[in-house]
Ligand binder design. Structure first.
Ligand code: BGC
Ligand code: ZN
Length: 372
């Protein structure tokens, strides 16, 4: 079977011809035919060999974790899934430590032991291949009406998990959801999104859908394609080349939430100082290690304390985040069909892998490989 992966020891990115065809080995497993797979920064980083590890005892790792597939076979004990169903798998798999309470509770996104595995990233092969097998509990059913955009479910779970963490944190402000309509809990609140890549744009859509006044702060000056896209679904695009963080803050008012989806620590810490009263800052980016940067430590620390701020990190994702992502995609598709379709800027064949994964400049927003 064909698969895309890396051989870290040889620093090679390859198209393998003879990755073994997977077979169902337990009654709870499901075999899935891969339809589409998204390419993200993590994949590109694995292809620079700073991240990513093959399964124990193997020298290569099949990459890919943003999958959309179709069920082709189910084990005897699988209920709720049948051949022909569309599915999106989650990425993290629990560690084996019986004392890891998070993994024992199916919340491996909070794994304590750090021995979790991630399909296509850490210790298990991923989905950039023709077929894969997984336990049914890691597969999330997607309606066929979302066939054209469901490859965005996994990246959207980054925002869904982060927002769930934000609401849990803000439960410390008992009035916060009370004055807003139930479907728009963010009504009356201001959010700043850092970055206009897929995680930023999908996060901005989720924020607008929840009623937040949403500002996307990104580098390129207007006019540009991402600014137009962002403004077409009701967020405001502001270029960091034309407005400083202070000017941005003056524009926004109290910054109740900063959702970081940039992965650049210098900018992310620089913008932290505009976080408002009782605000939450949530990090989702995972930068590769680089030399230390200066931060305005005293000012930030004063703000954290005097403004009751919370700074949290969030890695995806539990089942609830996948379910919410699937629900939200249906809402995005209904409200902003064109904007949603513009998030996928390119569909490519497997043979295009090298250009997509290893060239310096990434182009467009979300690039997708079509497998069948
Ligand atoms: C994936 C996550 C994963 C993270 C860190 C992201 O690109 O979407 O599922 O936890 O990388 O490996
Ligand atoms: Zn990803």
């Amino acid at each position: 079977m064909r698969a895309i992966g890396v051989i870290p020891k040889k620093r090679e990115v390859c198209l393998f011809d003879s990755h073994p065809h997977p077979v169902i080995r337990s009654d709870f497993e499901v075999k899935v035919k891969a339809l589409e797979i998204g390419i993200c920064g993590t994949d590109r980083e694995i292809c620079t060999f700073v991240y990513g590890s093959p399964p124990v005892g193997q020298d290569y790792l099949v990459i890919g974790h943003e999958s959309l597939g179709e069920v082709v076979e189910v084990g005897a004990e699988v209920s709720g899934l049948k051949p022909g169903d569309l599915v999106v798998p989650s990425v993290r798999r629990p560690c084996a430590d019986p004392f890891c309470q998070s993994c024992q509770a199916d919340l491996q996104d909070f794994c304590f032991s750090n021995d979790f595995r991630e399909r296509g990233i850490k210790g298990i092969h991923g989905f950039m291949t023709e077929f894969y097998v997984d336990h049914s509990k890691y597969l999330n059913t997607v309606p066929w009406s979302l066939r054209d955009c469901a490859v965005l479910v996994e990246p959207l779970t980054v925002a869904e998990k982060a927002l769930a963490q934000v609401w849990k944190t803000q439960a410390r402000l008992p009035w916060i959801k009370k004055n807003a309509p139930a479907h728009q809990p963010g009504k009356g609140l201001n959010a700043v999104v850092l970055g206009a890549g897929p995680i930023g744009i999908l996060g901005a859509m989720a924020l607008v859908a929840r009623g937040f006044r949403t500002f996307v702060y990104s580098r390129s000056r207007k006019p540009n394609m991402k600014a137009e896209l962002v403004e077409s679904f009701g967020a405001t695009y502001i270029s960091s080349e034309t407005e400083t963080p202070e000017q941005l803050a003056a524009h926004v008012g109290n910054v109740d939430l900063i959702y970081e989806a940039l992965g650049v620590s210098s900018v992310s810490f620089d913008v932290m100082r505009i976080l408002g009263m009782n605000g939450v800052y949530v990090f989702t980016g995972i930068p590769a290690p680089k030399p230390a940067i200066p931060v305005m430590g005293d000012e930030l620390m004063r703000n954290f304390v005097l403004k009751n701020q919370a700074i949290i990190g969030s890695v995806n994702a539990d089942r609830a985040a996948f379910e919410n992502a699937i629900k939200d995609l249906a809402i995005f598709k209904k409200c902003w069909p064109q904007a949603l379709s513009q998030v996928i800027t390119g569909r490519h064949t497997l043979e295009d892998y090298r250009k997509l994964l290893t060239t310096e400049e990434k182009s467009g927003i979300k690039n997708v490989i079509v497998l069948s």
